[in-house]
Design a protein around this ligand. Structure first.
Ligand code: FMN
Length: 224
C-alpha cells in the first residue's frame, strides 16, 4: 500500500514550530539523588505510575547492527534491579540479531507529562533459560501462543497467514501448558550510564548522569 498523496498533504502542513511548552516542574538536585541509579529510577517510576501513565514501562530500545545501522523501537521494561533493566522478545527478531552482534543497547523512557526522560546505555546479555522460563509462566496464554505464531521481524504475505499460524498453535497446545519456545526470552541491559533529565524553565533543564566507575557510581551534571 502506498499513501504518497496523503503523505505530501501532511508534510505541507507539518510545521510544529508553534508548539512551545513551558517546563515548570520541580527540579532535580544532586543533593536529592539516590546513591545508585536503579534506586533513583525506581523512585521516579513510582511517581510516573502514580501519575496514571498508560504503559509507564514502555521504553525505546536502540540497537546498532553489525554494519553500523541504528534502529529503535518500543519494548516493555519487565524488571529492574541492581543487575540491570530486563526486557523480553523474540531471539530471531532484528533487535535480537543486533544485540547478539554488538551486545550494546540504549534505553529511553519518555515521561513527557512529568517533563522527564531517562536514558540508559549499557551492555546487553541474554537471560538464562531459567530466568526466561520464570517470566514466561506469568504471561497470558494468548501472548504465549503469539510467541509461537509469529516469526518476529520476518516479512509475511498478509494478516491471514498470521491468524492461520495462531490457530495452528492453539490446536497444537490445546489442553496443556504452552512451553516457552527456544526462540523467545529476555535480555538484561547492565547500565554503564543512566541519565535523568528534568525539564526546567528557559530550557535550563536538569541533566544528571550516573556513570559507572570501578568502585561505584559518579554523578555528573551535563549542560542541557
Ligand atoms: C508500547 C509498545 C510495547 C512493546 N513491547 C514489546 C516488547 O516488550 N517486546 C517486543 O519484542 N516487542 C515489543 N513491541 C513491538 C516492538 O516495538 C517491535 O515492533 C518488535 O519487537 C519488532 O522489532 P524488531 O523488528 O526491531 O526486532 C512493543 C511495541 C510497543 C508500541
Amino acid at each position: 500500500m502506498f499513501a504518497g498523496s496523503v503523505g505530501a498533504v501532511l508534510t505541507a502542513r507539518m510545521d510544529l514550530s508553534r508548539l512551545r511548552e513551558a517546563y515548570e516542574m520541580a527540579g532535580l538536585e544532586e543533593a536529592n539523588l539516590a546513591d545508585d541509579p536503579v534506586a533513583q529510577f525506581q523512585q521516579w517510576f513510582a511517581e510516573v505510575e502514580a501519575a496514571g501513565y498508560w504503559e509507564p514501562n514502555a521504553m525505546v530500545l536502540s540497537t546498532v547492527a553489525a554494519d553500523g545501522s541504528p534502529s529503535a523501537r518500543n519494548v516493555l521494561l519487565k524488571r529492574v534491579d541492581e543487575r540491570g533493566f530486563v526486557l523480553f522478545t523474540n531471539y530471531t527478531s532484528d533487535k535480537a540479531s543486533e544485540l547478539e552482534a554488538t551486545h550494546r543497547a540504549a534505553l529511553t523512557f519518555s515521561w513527557t507529562e512529568l517533563r522527564r526522560q531517562v536514558r540508559v546505555v549499557g551492555d546487553a546479555q541474554r537471560l538464562t533459560d531459567e530466568e526466561s522460563d520464570r517470566y514466561w509462566t506469568t504471561r497470558p496464554r494468548g501472548s504465549q501462543l503469539g510467541a509461537w505464531s509469529s516469526d518476529q521481524s520476518a516479512v509475511v504475505p498478509d494478516r491471514a497467514t498470521l491468524e492461520r499460524s495462531f490457530a495452528e498453535q492453539q490446536e497444537r497446545w490445546a489442553g496443556r501448558e504452552v512451553e516457552r519456545p527456544d526462540h523467545w526470552g529476555g535480555y538484561r541491559v547492565r547500565p554503564d550510564t543512566v541519565e535523568f533529565w528534568q525539564g526546567r524553565p528557559d530550557r535550563l533543564h536538569d541533566r544528571l548522569r550516573y556513570r559507572r566507575e570501578q568502585d561505584g557510581w559518579v554523578v555528573e551534571r551535563r549542560a542541557p
